[in-house]
Each structure stands twice: as structure tokens, then as C-alpha cells.
Design a protein around this ligand. Structure first.
Ligand code: UTP
Length: 289
């Protein structure tokens, strides 16, 4: 079954990037000249997804404004002959059919996903974490959608992380299938050292069957008192298995300060307008470090 719907949970409090995220949603923090969430919406569009639901909350309406038309700005750009910028600004509002819903209380990623139940209906759907930007030729979520279409099982985007990182992330029990595809048969969130199943962790993307909503309804708050999506997915993994896709592409964690800086530098280096100047600047700077 073709996956055409995606949800982007973006209702977190962003405490790790305070005070920047106090009045600006962390998903709106820019990487060079585009807010993080625009890269994520563009990834969906490139993967053939047509309908997107962004989960927001109070104080996050800047995201809705960003994907809306902006008549005053557009008029000014046209009047001053800035056709390229006009096309770009209008283009942002036409990327996809984007809807919004508020998560009224910040009760965790699992709870945020459950807010999308009526949007999703009975179809499989993609989840792109609002603070994980993945840059690559082949959109990461497209790689997961293809795996879903092939196996008919929930899919998680996985990557190997360091032994220190796995303690803060989720850990997957895996068996190889072929190439970058693995069968996931168990998982745990924020494992203690003796509970580590492998260094593979879910990073930023999954494609889930609609039955996850029934599971979420019966999922009790877990780590941090929040309803964890991983706790619901582990039931899927144990009952029918899930597919782990070790996706290609570079992931930037825009929910932490170092990740934001890495994204700005690497995307900046590849940017047609500022790439060459940034490279020269960094070379000079590196000599002084
Ligand atoms: P995080 O745990 O990274 O987001 O959730 P956070 O809570 O904003 O982070 P910190 O720890 O306070 O800095 C991953 C994704 O899930 C969303 C976040 O917006 C982020 O994109 N999320 C998280 C929700 O939509 N609702 C929640 O209740 C929690």
C-alpha cells in the first residue's frame, strides 16, 4: 500500500535549545536560510507524500505562517523585481497539503502521534520527528516507505550510535535481512548498560500501520513520565516484527546545540550562494584553533 500521509510531531518544549526556543519553535530555527521544518516537509514531498499533519501547540503558530501565503511580502518582492525570491516564497506555501492539530498537553511523542488518529484513518503513515533534519540524495522517508510497501510491516529508520549515546536513545534487537534492511524483533528506550540490545537506535523517522493507535491507547507513561512511541512500537516489534532501515543521508539533531551548529556548517558549505566564502572562512579559522 502506497504511503501518502505523514505526520510531523513538533509540539515538544525544546528545553535543550533554550533560550532560542522560548518564543520561536525549535523547528523554526534556521539551517542557513530555511527553517528546519521546511527541510522536513521537502523530504516528504520528494518521497511522494501529499498530505502532511504538523502536530503543534500553543506558541508555535510561526510554523503555520511559514507555510501560508504572505500577500504583503509577495507584493513588495514583485514590485522591486525580485522574481526569484517571490517564486521561492510562494513555492513554500505550495509544497504540500499541510494541516495542523494542537497537542494540548506535552505528554510525549507517543501522545503526539495519537493526536493524528482521525487524520490518518486506516492507512499506514510516515512519522518525521520535527527536530531531525536528514539531508541526502534519496529522501530518508522514501527509503522507509519503499520498505513498508515491500514487507507490509512497520519500519523504523535506524543508525548505529556510540555506546554513550545509546544510553540516551533507544536500542534495537536486530537480525540482518539484506543490504541496509534489518528485522527488528525487540527494542527498549533509554536502556541501562546491561539492557543494550545493539547500538542501532531509531533516529528520526518511521512508517507505521494504523493499528499503532490502538496500542498507543493502552500504552502507559514510560521514561520521563511521557507516553513513549518506542513503548508502543516495541509491541509491534515483538508481535509481528518491524523492519529497520539503515537509511542513507546525514542526520542533524536540531534539538541540541551541537547538532544545530553542525547543520549550519555542513549545509552552508554546500550552499550555492555562500559555500565558497564559508569554506575560505573556515580554513582560515581552523588555522587559529
Ligand atoms: P524530543 O524529546 O526531542 O523533543 O521529541 P522535546 O521534548 O522538545 O525536547 P527537549 O528534550 O525538551 O529539548 C522529539 C520530537 O517529538 C516532538 C518534538 O517536538 C520533537 O520534534 N514532541 C515531543 C511532541 O510533538 N510532543 C511531545 O509531547 C514531545
Amino acid at each position: 500500500m502506497k504511503v501518502t500521509k505523514a505526520i510531523i510531531p513538533a509540539a515538544g518544549l525544546g528545553t535543550r535549545v533554550l533560550p532560542a526556543s522560548k518564543s520561536i519553535p525549535k523547528e523554526m530555527l534556521p539551517i542557513v536560510d530555511k527553517p528546519a521544518i521546511q527541510y522536513i516537509v521537502e523530504e516528504c514531498v520528494r518521497a511522494g507524500i501529499t498530505d502532511i499533519l504538523i502536530i503543534t501547540n500553543r506558541g508555535k503558530s510561526a510554523m503555520e505562517d511559514h507555510f501560508d501565503r504572505s500577500p504583503e511580502l509577495e507584493e513588495r518582492l514583485l514590485a522591486s523585481g525580485k522574481q526569484d525570491l517571490y517564486d521561492e516564497v510562494v513555492g513554500v506555501s505550495r509544497l504540500a497539503n499541510i494541516q495542523y492539530i494542537r497537542q494540548k498537553e506535552t505528554k510525549g511523542l507517543g501522545h503526539a502521534v495519537s493526536c493524528a488518529k482521525s487524520f490518518v484513518g486506516g492507512e499506514p503513515f510516515a512519522v518525521l520527528y520535527g527536530d531531525d533534519v536528514i539531508i541526502g540524495e534519496d529522501p530518508a522517508i522514501g527509503q522507509l516507505c519503499r520498505a513498508y510497501e515491500e514487507f507490509g510491516l512497520g519500519c523504523v529508520g535506524i543508525k548505529e550510535v556510540t555506546p554513550e549515546q545509546i544510553l540516551k536513545y533507544s536500542s534495537m534487537k536486530v537480525e540482518p535481512i539484506r543490504d541496509n534492511l534489518l528485522k527488528v524483533t525487540d527494542m527498549n528506550e533509554k536502556p541501562k548498560p546491561h539492557e543494550i540490545l545493539s547500538l542501532y537506535s531509531i533516529l528520526g523517522r518511521c512508517v507505521l500501520p494504523a493499528k499503532i493507535f490502538d496500542i498507543l491507547e493502552n500504552t502507559k507513561p514510560g521514561a520521563g513520565g511521557e507516553i513513549q512511541l518506542t513503548d508502543a512500537m516495541l509491541q509491534l516489534a515483538r508481535s509481528e516484527g518491524m523492519i529497520g532501515v539503515d537509511y542513507t543521508g546525514t542526520r542533524y539533531d536540531m534539538g541540541n546545540k551541537l547538532g544545530m551548529m553542525q547543520a549550519a556548517i555542513e549545509v552552508g558549505l554546500a550552499h550555492p550562494e555562500i559555500g565558497a566564502d564559508l569554506r575560505e572562512y573556515l580554513k582560515k579559522l581552523a588555522k587559529t584553533l
